[in-house]
Structures are given as C-alpha cells and as structure tokens.
Design a protein around this ligand. Structure first.
Ligand SMILES: NS(=O)(=O)c1cc(F)ccc1F
Ligand SMILES: [Zn+2]
Length: 244
C-alpha cells in the first residue's frame, strides 16, 4: 500500500498560520460571543518615532499597563508597544491584508503584547497568544505624521502626546483570525484584529511615506518604496467577524 498524502500532511509543516491573508468577507463567520474591542490609551505613553530603514515605528513606553487593549477576541490584557505602516510604490498597492481581492494603498498596524501572561514583548512573541495587532486599512485623513524629520534611516525623533484615537475610525467592528508577524522572523504569535471600517488616506500622506529613505545620510538616497508582504494561504483557519 503506497503512502497516502492527506490534506493534514500538507498542513503538518509548521507554517500554516501566516499573515497577511485575503479576507473573503462572505466566508467570515459571525461570532456573537466576540466582544467589542476595549482600547484604553494614555497619550503620555508615546515616546519616539524611529526610521528602521524598511519602515518607521512610533514607539511607546510599555513598562507598565497604561495603554492597553482588551476584550474583543482576546482573553488577556495586551499592552501597547508600537505602531507602524505598510505602503506600496503606487496607490494601487500597499496594504498587507486584502479584502475580497481589494488591495488598499496603506495599512496601519498597532502592535500590543500579552503583558498579563508574559514578562516582555520579546518573550510574548514566542507564544501563539503573545501578540495582538490591530490592522487598519485605507486609514484616516487625520494622519498628520510629520515625517520630514525622519528622512534618513536610523534617525529617531521625540514623538510625545500623540493621540492614537486620531488613527482609528469610530466604528470598531473587526474580522479576527490567528496569524503571524508579516516580517522576519514571521513568528505565528499574532491574534489579528482587522478593522472593517476606515476612510481613505490622502495621497499626499502616501507620497510622504514614499519619501522616507532607507539609506543613511552618507549614502545615495534610496526611498522606501514598498514594504508589504504578499498574502499567504489560509490553510485550516476560519476568519470570524464581530458583526453580522
Ligand atoms: N507587521 S507586523 O505588525 O506583523 C509586525 C509587528 C512587530 F512588532 C514585529 C514584526 C512585524 F512584522
Ligand atoms: Zn506591520
């Protein structure tokens, strides 16, 4: 009897919960037990904005539970670490998650880690319930990140009293699924919470993203033209929706 390869043999490799994915909204399962997201934010926790070369992060003080995310699909309290964006070389691409085959020009990721169960972000990233990331597509026009000071790689700039609420739409309905980091090391440690509503980002803001350089001041200027990962296979996962 020859060896039979079953579907789960294919899923036996340990990379079956990768992100981003294409969310087919009609296939999402309404889960009435999903709670509304509870986002508590203290503007004094924002610290600095850093150009990492492939993107830039706005980093927060995550030494205590001041800005936290809870409820929604989560069973713990998650502490705000940083937010960052993904964009493309043209307005035709840029988002990481795709909705019914539609790509958006940019995507915001607000990154939290499970401070109730783990001691640090680095430790949390090694566990399936370690991180929670809110993904916001299309984004709001209220993003007025003055990035001029960040033009070159490695530069950082103080960035205090930034009100995270400016980045979020009022309607916090979401899709949720278990996935991974979308850059190296692609750990499968993220409860993804992709918001279903937002309003389009201004192309002026997108142009500013593309004006960011991944080079240092001593090199020929090379702009960060795009930093979004292609969509990955869903495998055995189901996407749940917080609204019917
Ligand atoms: N793009 S992401 O939100 O999956 C992400 C968050 C991190 F904190 C680290 C790496 C990542 F790729
Ligand atoms: Zn990201």
């Amino acid at each position: 009897m020859g060896a039979t390869v079953s579907q789960d043999d294919n899923d036996s490799d340990c990379h079956t919960h990768q992100s981003p994915i294409n969310i087919w909204t009609k296939m999402a399962l309404y889960d009435p037990f999903l709670k509304p997201l509870k986002i508590q934010y203290d503007p004094t926790t924002s610290r600095k904005i850093v150009n990492l070369g492939h993107c830039f992060n706005v980093e927060f003080d995550d030494t205590s539970d001041m800005s936290v995310l809870s409820d929604g699909p989560l069973n713990s309290r998650y502490r705000l670490r940083q937010f960052h964006f993904h964009w493309g070389s043209s307005d035709k691409d840029g988002s990481e998650h795709v909705i019914d085959g539609n790509v958006y020009p940019a995507e915001l990721h607000i990154v939290y880690w499970n401070s109730q169960k783990y001691e640090s972000f680095e430790e949390a990233a090694k566990h399936p319930d370690g991180l929670a990331v809110i993904g916001v597509l299309k984004l709001t026009n209220r993003i007025t990140l003055n990035l001029v000071s960040l033009l070159i790689q490695g530069k950082e700039h103080s960035f205090t009293k930034y009100n995270l609420a400016r980045l979020l739409p009022n309607d916090l309905d979401y899709w949720t699924y278990h996935g991974s980091l979308t850059t190296e090391p692609y750990f499968e440690c993220v409860t993804w919470i992709v918001l279903q509503r937002a309003i389009p980002i201004s192309s002026a803001q997108l142009t500013r993203f593309r004006g960011l350089l991944c080079t240092s001041e001593y090199e020929k200027p090379v702009p960060i033209m795009e930093n979004h990962r292609p969509v990955q296979l869903l495998h055995d996962r189901v996407v749940r929706s917080s609204r019917l």
